[in-house]
Ligand binder design. Sequence first.
Ligand SMILES: Cc1cc2nc3c(=O)[nH]c(=O)nc-3n(C[C@H](O)[C@H](O)[C@H](O)COP(=O)(O)OP(=O)(O)OC[C@H]3O[C@@H](n4cnc5c(N)ncnc54)[C@H](O)[C@@H]3O)c2cc1C
Length: 440
Amino acid sequence: MKIVIFWHRRDLRQHDNAGLAAALRSGLPVVPLFIYDREILDLLPSRKDARVTFIYDQVERLGGLTARAGGTFLAYYGRPTEVFAQLTQRYEVAAVYTNEDYEPYAAERDAAIAEVLRGRGTEFHAFKDQVIFAKDELLGKSGKPSKVFGAYSKAWLNALRDEQLEPHPSRELVRAENLTPLPDAPARPTLAEMGFERCEQFVPAAELPTATLVENYHNTRDQPGLVNSSTRRSVHLRFGTLSVRELMRQARELNPKLLGELIWRDYFMMLLWHFPFTASESYDPRLRQVPYRNNEDEFQAWCEGRTGYPLVDAGMRELNQTGYMPNRARIAAAGFLVKHLLIDWRWGDRYFADKLLDYDMANNVGNWQWMAGTGAVAAPWFRVYSPQNQLEAYDPQLVYVKKWVPEFGTTRYVKPMVDHKFARQRAIDTFRAAYRAAGE
Ligand SMILES: Cc1cc2nc3c(=O)[nH]c(=O)nc-3n(C[C@H](O)[C@H](O)[C@H](O)COP(=O)(O)OP(=O)(O)OC[C@H]3O[C@@H](n4cnc5c(N)ncnc54)[C@H](O)[C@@H]3O)c2cc1C
């Protein structure tokens, strides 16, 4: 019997799933699949990772839903090329359907797998699903992405049509006649079999935020002390447990500021696709040789939230304890690391990658390079935010700080590890020297 495989990656949902809907309309029985990719999992620094637990729970949830509808949901722990070699030997796989993933590793992996599969007579189809406009849809006149977010955002809004936000009827198509049970299928691996322990962290429900929250978003998003200051849907957008289209529809109706933030997400994904080297290198060649200080002890103090700057410390401690940090605190922490401590943005990017539940390479690299002034789109290199001013502006009642830095205001709280004025001048001098050394 010929089957079609639908390969879930960062789209762990049945509803409004472009690739899944296409697979279910292919006319052949669909077998959904998830691969716990060893190329990614083996690099994780800890065997207790809340993201792996989250993925595992979602895969099991999808497994249950598929079984109830009369099908089989496959999951393997291994390398995708090996898994597909096994699957194509065991079953007659007419096609593999999936959704596009723009991360450099994923792009290379998919290209390699598509070639191998096509060589064996299996089609490979990838669909746009995690963004509204795909990597090549909104390029500038030069055929490259615009380096000005304002221009991109304007083009994005002009190009938007209702159809682009329409949900795909995938869940409705998950029915016995479009699936097939595979009685000989191997059991899905458990966390323990993959060498992981359960590790749970708070994740809000995979539902749209309330209308009230979204309506007030522009007033509340920069107040980290508020319980519902922003949507907290980043984890769901990362793993696709929420469809970006549904959140976009809500934002378009209720709050242009939120829509604007979601456009940033599309933008950073496009930039990463076009400039994959920015995952590990500054986009601006003139800033590839900044003589960072990279002091290990200072980095450790930053990681642990012991800088003596309360907004930075509160953010880092929240991150360490919960896997989340509000955007305003991310800005303060990132700016402090790069400019005040003169530590390479890649150290911070890596630390966030290890800790954030919503870690997303495009958003993380894009924002880190923006803060460092090194990105395709970036804050001016001479901008050095004052962490104290930020605290006064965004947490004036110290609600956020007191929650995460309980010793703040007592003698037990550390003194600022560096003076702001001194650090600001040092950063400006250092970045200016880097530009001069590059011949500017
Ligand atoms: C240094 C730094 C690192 C970051 N790393 C990540 C990351 O790894 N993953 C990640 O999803 N976001 C990252 N962000 C962006 C932003 O901080 C988070 O998306 C946001 O805090 C998540 O909370 P929320 O869902 O309540 O966001 P909301 O404010 O409710 O926004 C809704 C959604 O819009 C998108 N969004 C919001 N702000 C941004 C932004 N600045 N850039 C791109 N998309 C945005 C996210 O998908 C977010 O979930 C980073 C920001 C900075 C400054």
